[in-house]
Design a protein around this ligand. Structure first.
Ligand code: NAP
Length: 278
């Protein structure tokens, strides 16, 4: 039986087991996805001897992401460009790593807004952390002309501008109103608006009518940010769909089948986030 897992320390509440075990059952694949607490001092042994520990691959979460970068011999182009990884797998006996957040964001965006054309458009990204990097890398490949980053710590946005080149730049808060007039996409990649975190307060009035507003936060399932965007008549994309879509990449690498993100799966995980979800 093939097994995969998510490793962290401590291993926080993760919804990945619900997702992967749903697909294993749906496709009749004999396998298991479980949570494993791995201490930082045991990470090298765990990853280097993944097969001996009983796994074909794993998701990597806090605090192991940086150390894992140094331990995995083959990093794909996305990891090399963004410096972040979340998925480890074996290919012909060699340990490899990728980052699935950018692809998950993009696939969910396209599934939610079919035919959304990003070519030569401008996006504004709130935040400059690991998920922002992954999303910027994917959006540039999708043909965006400009990506403007707003971040509490401006120097981090400047670092991303230096990393990705002239299409990516820092946007200071005082220019947000003017620049948002021409934005086709606005994405929150900060944790603001998440349950227990400070609210996200953004003035949406200048965004054009056709703009799409996306949030990576999925607790709550519909954030105030998305509710405000809907109240303005804008199309919105929630964070839970991204979580499901990013998981398809790892599942295929470990279990050999590209799974589908279905309404049934969405409902199953949404119920775990919010028992009142109907
Ligand atoms: P990260 O690397 O720690 O980056 C966090 C970003 O949020 C930074 O830009 C940080 O600004 C900003 N930030 C945090 N608290 C803030 C506050 N109170 N006010 C203003 N800015 C604040 O985190 P990450 O890995 O990118 O994840 C960010 C969020 O996305 C988390 O909520 C995470 O759960 C979510 N996420 C969702 C998915 C999904 O599948 N839906 C996938 C990945 C991540 P500074 O640079 O100033 O610190």
């Amino acid at each position: 039986m093939k097994k995969a897992c998510v490793i962290g320390y401590p291993i926080a509440h993760s919804r990945s087991p619900i997702i992967h075990n749903y697909w294993l059952k749906t496709y009749g694949i004999e396998g298991l996805y479980e949570k494993r607490e791995v201490r930082p001092e045991d990470l090298a042994d765990f990853l280097t001897n993944l097969v001996d520990h009983g796994y074909v691959g794993c998701n990597v979460t806090i605090p192991h992401k940086e150390q894992a970068l140094r331990l995995i011999p083959i990093l794909d182009g996305v990891v090399r460009k963004t410096g972040s990884l979340n998925t480890v797998y074996l290919e012909n006996g060699t340990l490899k790593a990728t980052s699935t957040d950018g692809e998950g964001f993009y696939q969910n965006l396209m599934a939610t807004i079919p035919g959304f054309d990003l070519t030569e458009k401008t996006a504004i990204i709130l935040g400059a952390g690991g998920s922002a990097r992954a999303i910027i890398e994917r959006l540039l490949r999708a043909g965006l002309a400009q990506i403007k980053i707003v971040n509490r710590t401006p120097s981090k946005a400047e670092e991303l501008a230096a990393l990705f080149g002239p299409k990516v730049s820092l946007l200071t808060g005082d220019r947000f109103g003017i620049e948002s007039k021409s934005a086709a996409l606005l994405v929150n990649t900060t944790s603001q608006g998440m349950k227990g975190q400070p609210p996200l307060e953004v003035e949406l009035s200048a965004l054009p009518e056709g703009a799409v507003v996306a949030d990576l936060v999925y607790v709550p399932l519909k954030t105030e940010f998305l509710k405000n965007a809907e109240a303005r008549g804008l199309r919105t994309v929630g964070g839970l769909g991204m979580l499901l879509h990013q998981a398809t990449v790892g599942f295929e690498k470990w279990f050999g089948k590209r799974p589908l993100v279905t309404n049934e799966l969405y409902r199953l995980v949404a119920k775990d986030v919010d028992p009142d979800f109907t």
